[in-house]
Design a protein around this ligand. Structure first.
Ligand SMILES: [Zn+2]
Length: 433
C-alpha cells in the first residue's frame, strides 16, 4: 500500500477546529480521518503533523505569474513553487501578461503549462481585448476553457458602459464573476503612492483614496443594475470597505478581497523612497489599515489575496517614480495573517483560514479546493506549524523575484507540508519539485 499519512495534526476547516487526528491519503483523495489510524496505513509515507494545523490548501485569487512575456520576473514553474511553499494548492493567474490572457489560445497554453505545476493554476481572463477597456474579450470562449473570473487587473475598466456590458454578458455564463481593479485612472494615473501627508512631505505625486471609492460605488450600482456577481480586488481604503459593507447589508452579490500589505504596512514605509514599497493601490494611512482589519473581523472582506507581483531586480532598482508597482506575497501571506491578525486576536484561526482557503475557493468556483478535510474529498491540504518563528530572507524565497517588502521581518507560523491532489509537494518546508 502506498499513499500519505499526515500524522497527529489538528484539523481546522469549515466545521471548526478539532483534536489531533491522522489523515490517510491515497489516489489523490482522503481515505480516512481518525485518531491514531493503524490498519490501512502500511506503506504510506508519514508526514509528521505533531503540533500542527491540518487545513484545506490555501487558494489565492490574485497571483501574477508573469508568464508569458515577463519570465525574468517569474515563471509558472517558480511562481507555483512559491505558492506551494506558502501553503497554496490553487492560484488564480492574472491576465496582465504579454500577450494578455484575452483569447482562447493564450489561456489554453497557460493552462497546459500549469497542468503539471505543484499547485493548480486557474486563469482569470481579461474583460476587454488587450485589456484596453474598449471592446469585450471573447468571454464565452474563455468560459468554455474553464475561466470563471474576468478582470482587466493591473488596470481598471474605466468606462462605466463597458463595465455594464461585461456584467451583462457574464450573467449568461454559469459561475462567472467580474472582478475590478478599482482605481479611477482619471484620478490615479501619474500618482505613485497614497495621496496624503506623506506624499506631500516626500514630494511624490499621489493616488487619492477617492480613486478607489469612486469606482467601487459605481460598480456596486452596476452590479445591482445587472444582477451579476461582482468581485472587488485588493481593497485598501476605509471608504471603499464602508461601501461594500452597506451593499452586502442590502443583499447585493458582491465579494471583496484585501492583500496582506494593506493590513500590515502604511504609506510611511515610502519614507526612504524604496520602490519595494510601491504598489497599486498604494499603501494607505494607519486609519485605513485599521479599517481593513475591522472589515476582516466583521466579515465584510471575503478573502485575503496576495496580489503577488514579482518584478526583476533591475526594474525595482529604478527611482521610485519610474519603478513598476507590486510586491511579492505568496510565501508570506499566511504567516503575516497568523502573526498580525490571529496572534493579536483580530481573527480566530478558523476565520483566518476561511479567508485564505474556503471562501476564495467558493468565489473562484474551485470545488476541489477549500476542504472540508473529510473522507472522499480531494487531498488538497496544507499543514501549518503555527508556533514556528522565522525571518523573511529575500534571497531564500522560491520566487524568481526578490521584491518583498518584509525583508528581515520576524513572523510566527510556517507551512510544514503541502499536499496537492494527493502528492506531497512540500515536505518539512522544502519544495519537492
Ligand atoms: Zn490590481
Amino acid at each position: 500500500m502506498s499513499g500519505l499519512l499526515v500524522r497527529g495534526g489538528r484539523v481546522v476547516d469549515q466545521s471548526g477546529a478539532g483534536g489531533p487526528v491522522d489523515v490517510l491519503v491515497r489516489d489523490g483523495h482522503i481515505l480516512e480521518v481518525g485518531a491514531r489510524l493503524t490498519g490501512p496505513t502500511a506503506g504510506a509515507t508519514v508526514l509528521d503533523a505533531d503540533g500542527c494545523v491540518v487545513a484545506p490548501g490555501l487558494v489565492d485569487l490574485h497571483t501574477h505569474l508573469r508568464e508569458p512575456g515577463n519570465e525574468d520576473a517569474e515563471t509558472i514553474e517558480t511562481g507555483t513553487r512559491a505558492a506551494a511553499l506558502g501553503g497554496y494548492t490553487a492560484v488564480v493567474a492574472m491576465p496582465n501578461t504579454d500577450p494578455p490572457l484575452d483569447e482562447a489560445a493564450v489561456v489554453a497554453s497557460v493552462l497546459a503549462r500549469g497542468a503539471t505545476a505543484p499547485c493548480e493554476v486557474v486563469v482569470a481572463g481579461a474583460i476587454t481585448k488587450g485589456r484596453a477597456g474598449v471592446e469585450l474579450a471573447p468571454m464565452g470562449e474563455l468560459h468554455a476553457l474553464g475561466v470563471r473570473l474576468f478582470t482587466d487587473d493591473g488596470g481598471c475598466v474605466e468606462s462605466a458602459a463597458v463595465m455594464r456590458h461585461a456584467l451583462e454578458y457574464a450573467r449568461s455564463l454559469p459561475g462567472a464573476v467580474v472582478a475590478q481593479h478599482a482605481e479611477d485612472p482619471t484620478l490615479a494615473t501619474g500618482g505613485h503612492m497614497h495621496e496624503g501627508a506623506w506624499s506631500s512631505r516626500l514630494g511624490i505625486p499621489g493616488r487619492p483614496a477617492a480613486a478607489e471609492a469612486v469606482i467601487v460605488a459605481r460598480d456596486l450600482m452596476l452590479a445591482e443594475l445587472t444582477g451579476t456577481p461582482l468581485h472587488l480586488l485588493h481593497l485598501s481604503t476605509a471608504s471603499a470597505l464602508d461601501l461594500v459593507r452597506a451593499a452586502k447589508a442590502r443583499g447585493l452579490a458582491v465579494t471583496c478581497e484585501v492583500a496582506p500589505h494593506h493590513f500590515t504596512l502604511t504609506d510611511a514605509a515610502c519614507e526612504g523612497f524604496d520602490p519595494v514599497f510601491k504598489v497599486h493601490p498604494p499603501l494607505r494611512t494607519a486609519a485605513d489599515v485599521e479599517a481593513v482589519r475591522r472589515a476582516l473581523a466583521d466579515g465584510t472582506v471575503d478573502a485575503i489575496a496576495t496580489d503577488h507581483a514579482p518584478h526583476a531586480p533591475e526594474a525595482k532598482e529604478r527611482p521610485f517614480e519610474d519603478a513598476p508597482p507590486g510586491m511579492l506575497g505568496l510565501e508570506t501571506a499566511l504567516a503575516l495573517t497568523l502573526t498580525e491578525l490571529v496572534e493579536p486576536g483580530v481573527l480566530t484561526i478558523v476565520e483566518a483560514l476561511a479567508l485564505l482557503s474556503w471562501r476564495p475557493a467558493r468565489i473562484a468556483g474551485l470545488g476541489d479546493h477549500g476542504g472540508p478535510v473529510a473522507v472522499g474529498r480531494p487531498a488538497n491540504l496544507c499543514v501549518i506549524d503555527p508556533a514556528r518563528r522565522w525571518e523573511v530572507d529575500p534571497t531564500r524565497l522560491a520566487s524568481r523575484a526578490r521584491n518583498t517588502p518584509y525583508a528581515g521581518r520576524k513572523l510566527t507560523g510556517r507551512v510544514r507540508h503541502t499536499v496537492r491532489a494527493g502528492e506531497a509537494v512540500v515536505v518539512d518546508g522544502s519544495a519537492q519539485r
